[in-house]
Write a protein that binds this ligand. Structure first.
Ligand code: PNS
Length: 163
């Protein structure tokens, strides 16, 4: 399938840590957009499990197969970062209806802030529709199985982090 023009898309998020659901979306994004920037938010007011540097390192390792993927970090407003990077699209994943309300709010607010920027939603494979980084962290914390949920390198880092 040809890429959509010369569009640069940004796939923003916390990625704490990257899951197979994120990777599924990244793979779909690489087929549609000429370049995909996976952008980790630095100043989220959450208490992260992994540092930004650790998250970026894991993302770089697991996105190696795709030549048109770049991993970066951003601060501040996503619309400002998108403008700086010359991106025309924000890519976000929607797993279930429950994601929709928050995503709609964010997409419309970003549109208010920057009308030229389009948000594109993609659905991950059905088998990842119940997967979230938060649940992965919780399972890891209590020593549960992570097969099929995260890439092997992320599983190793999770196990090391909680022991
Ligand atoms: O993986 P997440 O935590 O759902 O990602 C949320 C993220 C990083 C996309 C969102 O919090 C964001 O874009 N933050 C940057 C600040 C910003 O632009 N806020 C206004 C959004 S309408």
């Amino acid at each position: 399938m040809p890429a959509v023009g010369h569009t640069i898309a940004i796939y923003p998020g916390s990625f704490d840590p990257v899951t197979n659901g994120h990777l599924d979306l990244i793979e779909r994004g690489t087929k549609i957009f000429q370049r995909l920037i996976v952008a980790v938010l630095r100043n989220a007011d959450k208490d992260p499990l992994f540092t930004v540097a650790e998250r970026v390192e894991m993302l770089r390792q697991v996105t190696q197969p795709w030549a048109n993927v770049e991993v970066d970090v951003f601060d501040g407003l996503l619309v400002d970062y998108s403008r700086r990077r010359g991106a025309g699209v924000i890519l976000r994943g929607i797993r279930a209806i429950s994601d929709y309300e928050y995503e709609l709010q964010m997409a419309l607010m970003n549109r208010k802030l920057e009308p030229q920027l389009e948000t594109v939603f993609m659905m991950p494979a059905l088998k990842y529709s119940y997967l979230s980084a938060r649940l992965v962290r919780e399972i890891a914390q209590f020593g549960g199985p992570l097969d099929g949920l995260v890439p092997p390198v992320v599983e190793q880092k999770l196990r090391a982090k909680v022991t």
